[in-house]
Design a protein around this ligand. Sequence first.
Ligand SMILES: Nc1ncnc2c1ncn2[C@@H]1O[C@H](COP(=O)(O)OP(=O)(O)OP(=O)(O)O)[C@@H](O)[C@H]1O
Ligand SMILES: [Mg+2]
Length: 262
Amino acid sequence: MNGAGRRPRPISSRSSSGETVIELRGVSTTYEGERTPALHGIDMSVRRGEFVAIVGPNGAGKTTLLEVVLGLLPLSSGRGSVLGCDLARERYAIRRRMGYVIQNFELDPLAPFLARDVVMMGFAGSLGPLRYPSVHDREAAVEALSRVGMSMMADRPAGKLSGGEFQRLLLARALATDPDIILLDEPFANLDASARASVGSVVDRVNQAGATVLMVSHDLHAIPSRCARAVLMDRGRIVLDGTMEAVLSSREIDELYGGCCH
Ligand SMILES: Nc1ncnc2c1ncn2[C@@H]1O[C@H](COP(=O)(O)OP(=O)(O)OP(=O)(O)O)[C@@H](O)[C@H]1O
Ligand SMILES: [Mg+2]
């Protein structure tokens, strides 16, 4: 019975409908032990099927914003909902429907996991009462490895993969559960030009199939062309939110990136 009822919905059931899937109103959050909020008064709405880049300098609050959307951090003020679930009360339900590629995740080189085990970890939050993955989960993990071009490495020790291979493995883990929303925090880190292009095209296809994508990237040129909207952050606030072209050609991004983004 494990896995019953968790089969991926047909793509048609979640194609872009203009429905708001992320809604943040006046959201602030302060890390434990800190005085200053890491996010201040964030207002943001994202519609189903959108592809949004979150950009800004180091320490701007990009990762913190993703963690708020994931329901990992409590709000100190404001309110929010994700996929119709309240961010303050239904954080577990929210996380089950999201895929997350975490920034700078490192695995102990001696960790006793194969690449395929790491992908299976993506199902940890949605296992049934006996906590065994279903046959379908295993098939989905194999399929996810294939989508990122990692089929041949399924049985390699995960801790021995190169930085770029491991980054693609994390993407496979995020995709395996067929999430409604995918949050990618620097998914191009450690990737060479060809791997960047292949990861970009996987993300493109996932978005084309209906998933909503929020992508944090310092590498503005690696952001796939389907991404039409950019949110520019600085010091915990949203500075600009508009089309990719408008944000990339703005005075604000020049000031924050010192003219290095062109
Ligand atoms: N666990 C934490 N405890 C206290 N402060 C934190 C914590 N995590 C992040 N911060 C602080 O919150 C602010 C925003 O951090 P965040 O990681 O969201 O930035 P970022 O935009 O993702 O930066 P980068 O581009 O370097 O990844 C920073 O000032 C950071 O030092
Ligand atoms: Mg970050």
